[in-house]
Design a protein around this ligand. Sequence first.
Ligand code: UDP
Length: 320
Amino acid sequence: MFARSANSPITVVTGGAGFLGSHLTDRLLSEGHRVIGIDNFITGNPDNLSHLVGNDNYRFLKQDVSNFIFVPDDVDYIFHFASPASPIDYLEHPIPTLKVGAMGTHNALGLAKAKKATFLLASTSECYGDPLVHPQKEDYWGNVNPIGPRGVYDEAKRFAEAMTMAYHRFHKVDTKIVRIFNTYGPRMRLRDGRVVPAFIGQALKNEPLTVFGDGSQTRSFCYVSDLIDGIFRLSQSQFHEPVNIGNPREMTIREFGEHIIRYTGTSSKLEFHPLPVDDPKVRQPDISRAKSVLGWEPKVSFEEGIGRTIEFFKSRLCNV
Ligand code: UDP
């Protein structure tokens, strides 16, 4: 059991075995935190934590945070990252997605209240739905279809934000909310259905790149180390309203596919498929709040980040 000490905070990361949870864990450990990871492995992967075996500053608890969270230790920070987070994951697990955004967030906030810990919610640009305001600023309330297939994620996260603000206002819990825009990098699952692993995996196998719709929809891709830096800064701030963290460099999905074809040198071609229901037509973060409140902006260029991600997937494909 970890006991509270002035110079080494004790920090819980729910969803600790996920893509972002595991990168966040590495950053927290490098900042001198002792970390307790929690995951139920619905979409998390134990491989993402294998390098921490034997690390005395890390412990792992297999729990489903939607049922109950039991942490006997003192706790200084809780980063609530547990949730299926790619469109095919939350289509495959609609009820667990709703439950973790609702009950899981309630339980994690309850833990923060009981332990007098700072709480940070991993929220999402999906709160803006298919946005009618572009780029998206934090004061935009969004355009979400509550009963569409993506509603299970979008509405769960919107509820999670409401719950977080209620615990802040009513119980005086020190809370922060990050709205995460499309993020990519090593440790994404090759088959999580998101466009970055999908296109890179297809390109490396010389298969067609599956562009949904006509590829004119836009996204803005942030490299994972930049995102984690913004989140860490937010956790150290005194700011309680939502903050967008993402890279404002916007491109169409067709352009993204063409970049992947060029960077991998593949013989693959673009192949067009039907657009999923409620797929947002545009997405680009306005990061002026993150700049002014956190002094944060992304540092890793698209070329550099994609290069590192391609190398990661190449090594994965060699090992399967
Ligand atoms: N997309 C695509 N082909 C794929 C996977 C995704 O064209 O194989 C598109 C998808 O329709 C969306 C964009 O790429 O417009 C980003 O999708 P992703 O699942 O990465 O994340 P989203 O931003 O939709 O949550």
